[in-house]
Ligand binder design. Structure first.
Ligand code: SF4
Length: 653
């Protein structure tokens, strides 16, 4: 198999050239391999690629199935035509190889079109930043098309080239129903992600385009003619890719340059709990670059500091390990009695908790904050989906679809009630307005509403905007809009914030300011905070060691569930206690339907993916019912988790 520098390897090398050494080696962990299919489902990149082909009709597809030579020869044969459109055109120059999403040839002109599920707003200068440089979000896409253009120009120097990025246009509403469902994401026999286009699909079924082609020749020229900046290297584009291609071909590692930025923080070549026995490229790099032992590095490095913005400064000072850091590296003093971000970081790094123990809790501040809330307390959590290709007519790329909420109440006498829930997964039913209607009925007119992070606020504001734009808005639109305005805040412009008279309170913000636990690693994700509070709260142990009962209104979906459990002295995260999605299906049906017997819905991303899957009509009733039930249980736990955090704060530790 030739070891070409391809588009994806070029992209990886721009992030960090050392990665070329680890890629494709089965003995090294690669976290990107773990969730490739889920990511494809969630971000819709494959679907956008397929949709884009319909904007360049009558093209010929070069089917690349790992046979480089065959694909290159087929492309060369097609390019003999005066006018031709080729999908996945295979082009090689020396040791460089690219598959171009769409290549359009007209006589001596060739247009190269790279399709991205990246949002684009034509009203905003998406490509330049304030100082006139290239926008950092867009730069990887521009570098990608620049690489393809360079390879194609070298391979076919007698043609004139233009370069185009095809992007998901946020200003274009979808003019047809069920656009997304025309492009089904699947795995083939080799576990490769593929798209199956709905049989009999016609161009008119796709309505008005929601993708926009943007000519980017100016940026491509700039990238090819100026220095390419990558961690540890600054050099001419051609010089750098030549070196990468040579080293990759000979399988020689480019030495790691960990001091030059924070690229290592998100390195995919770290081991995870899923594959603890694979080698860690991250640890090998850091051992090589710092001289520290693997054991010392495993105790924590500066890239592990939660939400620390100045990692590059520490790296420049050659501070690599937690033990290299001092309190003065952080703004680690409490302010107004709150735990500041700097103090959280210092406690994470040093393990130094005021008064000793596992956690720091500013009870006085927490109680003072909670005393301003009024009963009944409403704990709400939303599950939403945002896809490049909308599911529903009228929605724009990446518009929010609010398909589920859960709602727990704590009454003034501290009685727990799982008060309400909403879940709409039927194909083709746009849930947003009925979602708001159900939420409005569930939370009533009194009591403080709590969310975890501002996701609920953002989602409701997005539905408010949708209602304002909708010429076919429902008859109760004013009621829905007023309800949303009442419970949300919104930054109208840099100096004006609209605040509803009953706006939601962010419980995560309260937790950040008042509570730190060593078990969270500094994170304020509910998935981390919940087991930490359970570990240290006597109240939670007593209350949740007994089952919650449906008949007493404590649960809507789980009968007699005991949430407080421990194993070998360690609390088991309730999210690990959620049953597998297909637990009630017999193993034969699970196998026949090609379902994953171990599938769990235990985080928001998998809930979104599950929703996307249910939007396709060919899901069996058994699978649909099982996924529906698993979504209900997952979202119930999210709001119960908030209740538990509240209870731990109220009763103390
Ligand atoms: S650990 Fe850092 S230097 Fe090593 S491959 Fe990953 S990003 Fe590159």
């Amino acid at each position: 198999m030739p070891r070409y520098l391809t588009k994806s390897r070029f992209k990886m090398a721009v992030e960090c050239p050392t990665k070329l050494y680890y890629t494709g080696k089965n003995d090294y962990a690669n976290q990107k391999n773990d969730n490739d299919f889920l990511k494809a489902l969630a971000d819709g990149g494959f679907q956008v690629g397929e949709l884009a082909k319909w904007m360049y009709p009558n093209g010929v597809e070069v089917e690349f199935k790992g046979d480089f030579e065959k694909a290159i020869l087929q492309t060369q044969a097609l390019l003999k035509e005066d006018r031709v459109t080729i999908y996945e055109a295979a082009i090689r120059h020396e040791n460089y190889f690219v598959l171009v999403d769409v290549l359009k040839k007209t006589d001596q002109q060739i247009e190269l079109i790279e399709v991205k599920a990246k949002s684009y707003d034509p009203q905003v200068d998406t490509f330049r930043n304030r100082t006139g440089g290239m926008d950092s979000q867009m730069l990887p896409y521009l570098q990608d098309i620049a690489f393809q253009t360079w390879v194609a120009k070298q391979a076919m120097p007698h043609f004139e080239f233009s370069s185009v990025l095809m992007l998901a246009d946020k200003s274009k509403p979808c003019s047809v129903h069920n656009l997304n469902q025309n492009f089904k994401i699947q795995k083939d026999q080799n576990q490769k992600t593929t798209i199956t286009v709905k049989p009999g699909l016609k161009a008119q079924d796709l309505g008005e385009p929601i993708l926009t082609p943007v000519r980017v020749d100016e940026f491509v020229e700039e990238i090819l003619s100026t220095a390419l900046k990558v961690p540890g290297f600054d050099g001419r584009f051609e010089d750098l890719i030549k070196e990468w291609s040579d080293r990759y071909d000979k399988d020689v590692k480019i030495p790691p340059h960990i001091q030059h930025g924070t690229h290592c923080a998100n390195c995919e070549f770290k081991t995870s709990s899923r594959h603890p026995n694979l080698k860690s490229g991250f640890l090998e790099c850091w051992q090589e670059a710092t001289g520290h032992s693997i054991e010392a590095l495993e105790k924590g490095t500066v890239v592990d500091i939660y939400n620390y913005r100045s990692k590059h400064q520490l790296l420049k000072q050659r501070k690599y390990l937690f033990e290299d850091l001092e309190r003065s590296d952080f703004s680690a003093e409490p302010s107004k009695g709150e735990i500041t971000l700097g103090l959280r970081q210092w406690m994470q790094v040093s393990g130094d908790i005021p008064g000793g123990g596992d956690f720091d809790f500013h009870q006085h501040l927490a109680r003072e904050t909670m005393s301003q809330w009024s009963y009944p307390l409403h704990f709400i959590d939303f599950e939403t989906s945002r896809t490049a290709i909308p599911f529903f007519k009228g929605q724009k790329p990446y518009s929010s679809v609010a398909f589920q909420f859960s709602h727990h109440i704590v009454h003034a006498d501290q009685r727990l009630e799982h008060k309400g829930q909403y879940l709409e997964t039927r194909c083709g039913i746009h849930p947003n307005y009925s979602f708001v209607r159900a939420l409005m009925a569930s939370v009533g007119e009194t009591g403080t509403i709590l969310m975890w992070t501002p996701h609920e606020n953002t989602t409701l504001n997005s539905i408010l905007a949708e209602l304002m734009d909708d010429e076919f808005a429902p008859t109760d639109a004013e009621l829905l809009k007023n309800f949303i305005r009442d419970i949300t805040t919104e930054k109208v412009n840099p100096s004006l914030v609209r605040e509803g008279k009953r706006c939601m309170v962010d419980l995560c913000d309260v937790a950040k300011k008042t509570f730190f636990h060593k078990m969270t690693g500094g994170s304020s994700s509910i998935k981390k905070v919940l087991p930490a509070v359970m570990h240290s709260s006597r109240f939670l142990k007593d209350k949740y060691s007994r089952p919650l009962l449906k008949r007493q209104g404590e649960s809507l979906n789980l009968e007699e569930m005991v949430w407080w459990r421990e194993e070998k002295g360690q609390i088991t995260s309730p999210y690990q206690l959620l049953p597998p999605v297909f637990k009630d299906l017999d193993p034969e049906s699970v196998a026949t339907l090609e379902l994953d017997p171990d599938l769990h819905i235990s985080e928001g991303g998998s809930a979104t993916v599950a929703y996307g899957r249910l939007q396709f009509t060919d899901v069996s009733p058994a699978e649909r019912d099982a996924v529906h039930q698993a979504l209900l249980q997952y979202c119930e736990l999210d709001t119960l988790a908030m209740v538990m955090v509240y209870e731990a704060f109220l009763h103390g530790f």
